[in-house]
Design a protein around this ligand. Structure first.
Ligand SMILES: [Zn+2]
Length: 75
């Protein structure tokens, strides 16, 4: 699930370890790696994902508000 817009794509289907495969990431989703045991403010755990649309907005310099309320932008 995208951490910004909540979009859920078939591209992001975690395996039993909570990770996505490199083939999935090649479809335009990006991932911010977190330890699998890390619990985010929204209750999700592990890696954070960004869908292709939000990733493009970040690349244009926009700051996006994540689902857990954190404003994030590329530095
Ligand atoms: Zn998104």
């Amino acid at each position: 699930m995208c951490e910004f817009c909540g979009r859920r794509g078939r591209a992001v289907v975690s395996d039993e370890s909570g990770r996505v495969g490199i083939l999935d990431l090649s479809r335009g989703w990006s991932v911010a790696p977190y330890p699998l045991a890390h619990v985010h403010a929204d209750g999700s755990t592990g890696d954070l994902f960004t869908c292709p649309a939000c990733d493009a907005r970040l690349m244009r310099g926009e700051a996006l508000r994540a689902r857990q309320g954190v404003v994030r932008r590329l530095t």
